[in-house]
Design a protein around this ligand. Structure first.
Ligand SMILES: C[S@@+](CC[C@H](N)C(=O)[O-])C[C@H]1O[C@@H](n2cnc3c(N)ncnc32)[C@H](O)[C@@H]1O
Length: 254
C-alpha cells in the first residue's frame, strides 16, 4: 500500500520533470582478456563476422560488449528472418536499451531498410549518477539510423511490426513494484494481447523470462497462441537466474 503510494508519487514527479544530467558517455575498454572459453571465442568470431559487429567490439565497455554479444547469440539462435526490403522491429520495456546495438546489427543483416523502436514506460528513472535511462539510451543509440527510443506505455503504440522482442516483462507484481512502477500499470495479460495485436501476420515475438515460476505465469498469459519454449544457455555473460525463451509466431492471422 505504502510502496504503491510512493511509487505513484515518484513516477509522477520524474515523468513531469524529466530531470537528468546530459550527455551520458561510456569510454571504450580494451578487449584483450574477456575470459571466454575456447567455444565462446569460436562463437564470438562467427557472430562478429556474420553480423559485422567488430566495430562495436572496439567501441564499448567490456560488460556492455558481453551483454550485446549474448543478445546477438540468442537472436541468431532463435530467429531466422527471411530477407526483406523493409523490416519494422519493436523492443518492449527497453530500460536504457543497453542491448540495442546487437538488435540493430542482427536485423540489419536481413533488410535494406530497418526501423527499430524501443518503448519504455519509465524512461526518466534516474541512476545514482543522476543520468536517466532516456539519456543513457541516447548514448547507446547515437550512431544508429531509424532507431527510436519511445518514452511511453506499450499500450499507446499503434504501429505494426515484423518482429517484437520482450526481454524480462513483469508478469508478477513484486518485481513490478520493486522497480518503482505504480500498481495501476500492472496488467500483464492486457500488455501481451496488445503486443500480439501489433505483430503483422507471420510476425514473431521473442519473450524471455527469468526463473521457472515467471516462465509458468508467462505460459498462462500466452494461452492458446502458437509458441515454442526453450531453456536458454548463457554464453558470454553469466546471468544469475535461469532464463526461458518463448517464441510466438502469428500464423498468418490479421
Ligand atoms: C525487468 S525490466 C527489463 C529491461 C530490459 N528489457 C532488460 O532486458 O534488462 C522490464 C522493463 O519493462 C518496462 N515496462 C513495464 N511496463 C511497461 C509498459 N506498459 N510499457 C513499456 N515498458 C514497460 C519497465 O519499466 C522495465 O524497464
Amino acid at each position: 500500500m505504502l510502496d504503491n503510494l510512493r511509487n505513484n508519487i515518484d513516477f509522477f514527479l520524474r515523468n513531469k520533470t524529466k530531470f537528468s544530467r546530459k550527455n551520458y558517455f561510456e569510454s571504450s575498454e580494451p578487449k584483450d582478456n574477456l575470459n571466454f572459453t575456447n567455444e565462446e571465442v569460436e562463437l564470438e568470431n562467427i557472430l562478429l563476422n556474420k553480423y559485422d559487429f567488430k566495430n562495436y567490439r572496439n567501441n564499448s565497455t567490456i560488460i556492455n560488449y558481453k551483454q550485446n554479444l549474448y543478445t546477438l547469440y540468442l537472436l541468431d539462435k532463435y530467429l531466422n528472418p527471411d530477407y526483406s526490403d523493409e523490416l519494422s522491429i519493436l523492443d518492449i520495456g527497453s530500460k536504457n536499451w543497453f542491448y540495442v546495438n546487437a538488435e540493430f546489427s542482427f536485423f540489419k543483416k536481413y533488410t535494406k531498410k530497418l526501423y527499430l523502436d524501443g518503448v519504455e514506460i519509465d524512461a526518466y528513472r534516474l541512476y545514482s549518477n543522476l543520468y536517466s535511462r532516456y539519456e543513457v539510451a541516447k548514448f547507446y543509440t547515437k550512431h544508429l539510423n531509424n532507431v527510436n527510443y519511445i518514452p511511453d506505455n506499450l499500450m499507446n503504440i499503434k504501429k505494426r511490426y515484423d518482429y517484437i522482442t520482450w526481454f524480462l516483462p513483469f508478469v508478477i507484481i513484486q518485481p513490478h513494484r520493486f522497480w518503482g512502477l505504480p500498481d495501476k500499470y500492472f496488467y500483464p495479460e492486457k500488455l501481451f494481447e496488445h503486443a500480439y495485436s501489433l505483430l503483422k501476420p507471420n510476425g514473431s515475438m521473442l519473450i524471455i523470462n527469468q526463473g521457472k515460476d515467471e516462465a509458468e505465469v508467462q505460459k498462462n498469459i500466452i494461452r492458446e497462441r502458437r509458441f515454442e519454449v526453450f531453456k536458454l544457455a548463457s554464453p558470454f555473460y553469466a546471468y544469475k537466474n535461469e532464463r526461458f525463451l518463448y517464441r510466438i509466431i502469428k500464423n498468418g492471422e490479421v
